[in-house]
Ligand binder design. Structure first.
Ligand code: PRP
Length: 210
């Protein structure tokens, strides 16, 4: 069974509410995504491996720590791009491998149009970045690609997830670790999360229909 963490924090609830509000303009929506991503990153990285690192402060020698292992950020285009910079701020040495997918409007299933994952040398830990987890199809496709790559520790950072999508991923990817800011109960007939926040990619990139 996948490990699902709905991160509970008053700052998250505050910022997710602004994110959901249909009156929030794209410039503010992007700011909110960054704030929420930073809070989620704190939870999703809490058990990363570290190694001892001796250093010298201006006053004395001491033994600190450094992150161990190769870390990858795997944003799903387009909306996942909004999560990259806040994660890179926390994990400046992480590699970023882009996956391009869109959801077919008729079938609500993902269509892959770009995969930048290399053939070998998998990361030790990979974070799939996508603000929305609706049916779970896009993240399932990304998780399959990371499994083929050989990544042993795959984590998902999503802002809003729908319960049916979470249930699907738990069933299909028992070793996945999923971190979300909110779990909404259902999908509508068009497979949009309800209450959700609409189309995250359009709201980030200001491409909503006039
Ligand atoms: C949205 C969203 C996720 C996906 C979620 O992408 O950003 O990637 O749908 O749906 P799923 O869980 O049912 O797969 P969209 O197809 O709108 O592409 P975009 O990010 O380019 O706007």
């Amino acid at each position: 069974m996948a490990q699902v963490t709905e991160v509970i924090h008053p700052l998250l609830k505050h910022h997710v509410t602004i994110l959901r509000d249909c009156r929030t303009p794209p410039w503010e929506f992007r700011q909110q995504v960054r704030r929420i991503a930073a809070l989620l990153a704190s939870a999703a990285t809490a058990d990363l491996q570290v190694v001892s690192k001796p250093i010298q402060t201006p006053l004395a020698p001491m033994v600190g720590v450094a992150l161990a292992g190769r870390i990858a950020l795997v944003p799903i285009l387009r909306a996942g791009l909004g999560l990259v910079e806040p994660l890179q701020d926390m994990l400046p040495h992480a590699a970023v491998w882009h996956l391009g997918m869109y959801r077919d409007e008729e079938t609500a299933t993902p269509v892959e149009y770009y995969c930048k994952l290399p053939p070998d040398h998998p990361a030790d830990v990979a974070f799939i970045l996508d603000p929305m987890l609706a049916t779970g199809g896009s993240i399932a496709m990304a998780a399959e690609a990371l499994a083929r790559w050989g990544c042993p520790d795959v984590r998902v950072l999503s802002i809003i997830a729908a319960q049916p999508g979470i249930d699907r991923l738990c069933h299909e990817f028992p070793s996945l670790k999923i971190f979300v800011a909110a779990i909404d109960p259902e999908l509508n007939d068009a497979k949009f999360i309800v209450p959700g926040l609409g189309d995250a990619g359009d709201r980030i990139f200001n491409t909503l229909p006039e």
